[in-house]
Design a protein around this ligand. Structure first.
Ligand code: PLP
Length: 406
């Protein structure tokens, strides 16, 4: 039976309304307890003595728990420092399957991937190609198929690696991963899936997704920052080119003494998130729907990206014409509410979200994109506080406009 989800915000956050769970999550109590216990584990997991074996036990217990969240075999879990490293580890021309060790010579990436995927791992820039998304934010499967066909017809022996995220971090839109996998495999390719945002929020069974490798991150599901994993669908898949070579840890795929404390916290968080998955998803979706309905009451012209599509139950990204995300974020923060925007700030200039640009959202609308992401501990009150702050913001802006016009 599903256990109640005790994922709560900590004391320092309790005065505030934290609605930025896609950026990171507070620690789950189970993760905190597992990490506190691991602090006293002095051994190195590679040592054969009792202290070493105690540390090894914690790592292997966590490996089973993380594997359980994805329905994978524990031996196919490679612990990393997070989602970024897991993506970089997978995206290599040397990713191999079975005895087939010839390098992958093309990387196809969906246009809405996280920057850690868009960076292309160890592929040379010239061998990386974009696959477009439709205006809905869903990958254009026909374009993927067409590109795979062309590669097969014109470049004999081209062996693609394709990267498609499970759910987008900004819009929450869930991608047709299993359909993409069928196309990729029929073309002799491999599929890497960034499930950093979906793991712990919706089912992520690696067999159902038919992903060859999956990246996940502890801090997005109630674990600590700085731990993650690359999970393989089968033992036949090899990371031919580890990022860190060293003492042979992680079956040679990731050298370096394991982050025992972080890994222990990751395992506990993954298990707790998995136990409470379905009821938590239902509750968050109901809260999210209520939030969107109330937002529409105040701002009938709000555009909700990915509305009506399969989305993460906790995520809504919207824009209201004439309201800049920057303005909204500051006003909401002052009102005690933490949300984020779909725009990135670099060198002092606010640029529109590449995800919305890939969806052909006009720049004037995209600069207003605000992302609200809920968590298992989010409440009706949190939504009420956000909505009341939004109402004040809209009222303040229209008063300002009236005064300017007068
Ligand atoms: N992939 C996605 C979709 C993300 O949202 C993030 C974090 O924002 C990452 C990868 C990177 O994960 P980490 O912060 O663990 O490096």
């Amino acid at each position: 039976m599903a256990e109640p989800d005790r994922h709560e915000v900590d004391a320092t956050m309790s005065e505030r309304v934290y609605l930025d769970w896609n950026a990171t999550t507070p620690l789950r109590p189970e993760a905190r307890a597992a990490m506190a216990a691991a602090f006293d584990c002095a051994g190195n997991p590679s040592s054969v003595h009792a202290e070493g074996r105690a540390a090894r036990y914690l790592v292997e217990q966590a490996r089973e728990r993380v594997a359980g969240l994805l329905g994978a075999e524990p031996r196919n879990v490679i612990f990393t420092s997070g989602g970024t490293e897991a993506n970089a580890l997978a995206l290599s021309p040397q990713l191999a399957v079975g005895g087939d060790k010839g390098p992958r010579d093309r990387l196809l990436i969906s246009a809405i991937e996280h920057p850690s995927v868009r960076a292309g791992g160890r592929f040379a820039g010239a061998s990386i190609e974009d696959v477009p998304v439709l205006s809905s934010g869903v990958i254009d499967l026909a374009a993927l198929q067409a590109r795979l066909d062309v590669l097969r017809a014109t470049e004999t022996g081209v062996r693609p690696l394709v990267a498609l995220m499970h759910a987008n971090n900004e819009t929450g839109v869930v991608q047709p991963v299993a359909e993409a996998a069928a196309l990729v495999h029929a073309a002799g390719g491999l599929l890497h899936v960034d499930a950093v945002q979906s793991a712990g929020k919706i089912p992520c069974d690696i067999e159902r997704l038919q992903a060859d490798t999956v990246a996940i991150s502890a801090h997005k599901l109630g674990g600590p920052k700085g731990a993650g994993a690359l999970v393989k669908r089968s033992e036949a898949i090899h990371v031919g080119d580890p990022l860190f070579k060293g003492g042979g840890q992680e079956r040679g795929s990731r050298g370096g003494t394991e982050n025992v404390i972080g890994i222990a916290g990751f395992g506990a968080a993954a298990e707790a998130a998995g136990n409470a998955l379905a009821p938590t998803a239902l509750r968050m979706a109901a809260l999210r729907d209520r939030l969107e309905a109330m937002l529409r009451d105040i701002s009938p012209d709000a555009v909700i990206f990915g509305e009506g599509l399969e989305r993460l139950p906790n995520t809504t990204m919207f824009a209201v014409p004439g309201i800049k995300a920057e303005t909204a974020l500051i006003a909401l923060d002052l009102a005690g509410v933490a949300v984020s925007s779909g725009s990135a700030c670099s060198s002092g200039k606010v640029a529109g979200s590449p995800v919305l640009a890939a969806m052909n959202v006009p720049a004037a609308l995209a600069i207003g994109a605000v992302r609200v992401s809920l968590g298992p501990a989010s409440t009706d009150r949190d939504v009420d506080v956000l909505i009341s702050a939004w109402r004040n913001l809209v009222a303040g802006l229209s008063k300002g406009r009236r005064e300017v016009a007068a």
